[in-house]
Design a protein around this ligand. Structure first.
Ligand SMILES: [Mg+2]
Length: 388
């Protein structure tokens, strides 16, 4: 079997609610998206979601190759990027190609990717993540209650700009989840808004009232001294790495004992890159957690990662042109026997999204908010539904 061609499609979509964090508290409702189709001479097509474009720059490396050789092709592409670096837009393309190759490999085998990767079962424990900075207190409660009704027992709240509001809203999340568990799991995410010392101060205040599982990105993504400082000064685990791109980015965090949980995503140099990081984390007894994604497609990978704790589920309605066969029930993402990632694309809806792009609030890439790492700039009146 040979790889013969590719097609990439980009589009914008409108979610069914805004998503927001401390850097962009007013939120966005429009998200960019893309789909890569990798074609073969046997009419099996590999699909991956969410890259940024530019496949033509790397396609010559896989053209004519057997898609089943995906790890070997990963090494070939990684070597090609040696001097320029596996970073930024290059990583997004690299990731998209690697994921589409894994989709192909599983489809060729006629099985779901979780089986190809060697998982024992097609299910992954989930936690709820509202990306909820722009939700009113009522909508916040509604989101986490809806998740709890599907058996989800843990939640992660966006925090960072207003400690009193953070305290109140963690309590709302806890109440909402309490129908699923007597003691729901609580996590917070400040998205690099705090300095390490601010993080120690605010997390310590929160810990006086709540028992946290982890605090996410309490310092800059690359600041292993700062992350280690936070980890050593608070009781909760420090989670980080979602914005890193590869094992070489994550390595200094592990080597410097700066992370207690590693957040992995489809942008960590693909499925192959995620597995490399998870294996290294496993060797250091550090749990990993898969980030949210459209149609929860990376649950296929999470199911087979050593040391995977739970996967982020956001559920803001990003599936428009995607048909998929997994569902959230009893607190788990349940995967089916559909081959590959289990994703199909409705070309009619895709074309319609491209021809009639939705309008609304959008701000990509997410910028960093004023005051970050120095002083708090609380949401202005009207910036969020709850600020006054
Ligand atoms: Mg995060």
């Amino acid at each position: 079997m040979k790889i013969t061609g590719f097609r990439s499609e980009t589009y914008s979509m409108k979610m069914n609610r805004e998503v927001a964090d401390a850097n962009l508290p007013s939120g966005v409702e429009i998200m960019p998206a893309s789909i890569l189709f990798l074609e073969t001479d046997e009419n099996i097509t590999g699909i991956s979601l969410g890259y940024g474009g530019g496949v033509e720059h790397l396609f010559h490396l896989i053209e004519g190759e057997d898609p089943r050789d995906v790890v070997g092709l990963w090494i070939k592409i990684n070597d090609y990027l040696h001097k320029a670096g596996n970073e930024g837009a290059a990583t997004l393309v690299f990731s998209a190609i690697d994921m589409a190759l894994w989709d192909l490999k599983a489809k060729i085998a006629g099985e779901p990717l979780w089986r190809t990767l060697g998982a024992r079962e097609g299910r992954v424990r989930a936690y709820a993540s509202g990306l909820d900075y722009s939700l009113s207190d009522e909508d916040l409660f509604r989101f986490y209650r809806h998740m709890a009704e599907r058996g989800v027992t843990a939640g992660k709240l966006k925090v960072g700009l207003d400690i009193e509001a953070d305290m109140r809203r963690i309590g709302i999340m806890q109440d909402a989840l309490s129908v699923a568990a007597a003691k729901p799991g609580l996590m917070i995410d400040s998205n690099e808004y705090w300095s390490p010392k601010q993080a120690v101060r605010y997390i310590s205040m929160i810990e006086e009232r709540y028992d946290l599982i982890w605090a996410e990105e309490p310092a800059r993504r690359w600041d292993y001294d700062g992350l280690r400082l936070v980890s050593s000064q608070v009781r909760t685990a420090v989670a980080t790495a979602e914005n890193l791109k590869s094992l070489s980015d994550v390595y200094p965090l592990i080597a410097n004992e700066a992370a207690d949980v590693l957040n992995l995503s489809s942008n960590h140099s693909g499925v192959t890159g995620c597995r490399q990081i998870a294996n290294m984390a496993y060797a250091h007894n550090i749990p990993v957690s898969m980030m949210n994604c459209q149609a929860n497609f990376m649950a296929q990978v999470a199911a087979a990662l050593p040391g995977h704790t739970m996967m982020e589920v956001v559920d803001p309605g990003r599936e428009h042109c995607l048909k998929y066969d997994n569902h959230l029930e009893d607190g788990y993402i349940h995967l089916s026997e559909a081959p590959g990632f289990g994703i199909e694309v409705d070309e009619t809806i895709l074309k319609d999204l491209q021809q009639n792009p939705p309008k609304g609030k959008g701000a990509f890439p997410f910028p960093r908010r004023e005051g970050a790492g120095r002083y708090l700039v609380p949401p202005a009146p009207g910036e969020t539904p709850w600020s006054s």
